[in-house]
Design a protein around this ligand. Structure first.
Ligand code: FES
Length: 345
């Protein structure tokens, strides 16, 4: 039987969760601002609920052509490893468990509950609350999709932060913003400019190169440094899983942690297909959720590859109603707003 806290969380729709994140997003540090919004799109609540209540779950998954690991219950301690705040997972998980056991405020606002947990974790780990809000939100949604027992029984163990993610939040943001040097005559270069796409910030070799104006999926397929397929069946041609390379299958979706402004604008085809697939792409011209076979790069970017893909937009959202969160605040957009406000002072 579900506890009071689980019943409380069950009252909220995916739209409610996204609205709560939108309300808190300006208080979240740049380092995790895109990351947390991407995470909520990688694990869509309405798809989860549909599968949970389906008469034949396996058949429904087959109908949605779901490939890879789409269930949070298999990744309670790891789905958020691309967040800076992943390092606070053990403390966040413990705090959520404590609250869940004694929760009695049924009329609480979702964003307020997230804030309370973030505040308690921040005090425990001696960090600013701007660094714990993301993992508090992610932790609550993880509990919502896995149930209290499974959540509690997960070990809560994580690896020590590595690679770029071992740096301070400001250093990470700075590192993500840098472009590769094109040499002293770089300004004369046009077609042969080369840039780096980081797909795993926790390892030194978690990157591939693209040439100027190249689709990310094309650059990714030139990286044959490892047997990528051994890590994920869908990675048969490079780092990013691909199939059609023409915006028809939805296999190559990615989140952009930073550098989305250095990618090409979303075409009408990509915009339409993202809705068909069910991926909640923000309405910006250069959003943080893309198809790697469509997005072309003009600078360095840091991306994250979801562990699954599918085609469920029509059934779960209906194409007309797929814009769950038209207003979004990407790290880039917020940086610009803050810069303008500072200049105006
Ligand atoms: S590879 Fe099929 S949509 Fe990109």
């Amino acid at each position: 039987m579900k506890n009071t806290f689980e019943n409380f969380l069950d009252r909220f729709s995916e739209k409610d969760w996204l609205a709560a994140i939108e309300k808190l997003v300006s208080a979240i540090h740049d380092v995790d601002r895109n990351a947390v919004q991407i995470w909520f799109r990688f694990y869509p609540l309405e798809l989860f609920r549909f599968l949970q209540t389906a008469e034949d779950k396996a058949k429904a998954a087959q109908k949605f052509v779901l490939q890879g690991d789409y269930e949070l219950k298999n990744q309670i301690d790891s789905s958020h490893k691309f967040l800076y705040a992943h390092r606070f997972w053990a403390e966040t998980k413990a705090e959520i468990e404590t609250r869940a056991a004694s929760f009695n405020n049924d009329s609480a606002e979702l964003s307020a509950v997230i804030e309370e947990i973030a505040q308690a974790v921040a005090a425990k780990v001696k960090a600013d609350q701007s660094l714990t809000l993301s993992i508090a939100a992610v932790g609550l949604m993880t509990l919502n999709q896995t149930g209290f027992e499974a959540f509690k029984n997960a070990p809560g163990a994580i690896e020590k932060p590595k690679g770029i993610l071992a740096k301070s939040p400001d250093q990470i943001v700075k590192a993500r913003l840098e472009d590769d040097s094109q040499g002293i005559f770089g300004f004369l270069k046009t077609v042969d400019k080369k840039f780096t796409v980081t797909f795993d910030e926790t390892t030194a070799d978690g990157k591939f190169q693209i040439v100027n104006d190249e689709e990310l999926a094309t650059g990714s397929s030139k990286n044959q440094t490892k047997d990528w397929r051994a890590t994920d069946e869908r990675r048969w041609d490079g780092v990013i899983p691909v199939e059609c390379r023409s915006a028809a299958c939805g296999t190559c979706w990615i989140g952009v942690l930073d550098g989305e402004e250095k990618l090409s604008e979303v075409s009408r085809l990509e915009r339409k297909q993202m809705k068909v697939f069910g991926y909640n792409q923000p309405s910006d011209a250069k959003p943080f959720l893309r198809l790697a076979c469509q997005a072309r790069g003009y600078g360095n970017a840091s991306i994250v590859i979801p562990p699954w893909n599918g085609v469920f937009g029509r059934k779960i959202y209906g194409v007309e109603d797929v814009e769950l969160q038209p207003a979004t605040t990407s790290a880039k957009k917020l940086r610009e707003t803050i810069a303008t406000a500072t200049n105006d002072e």
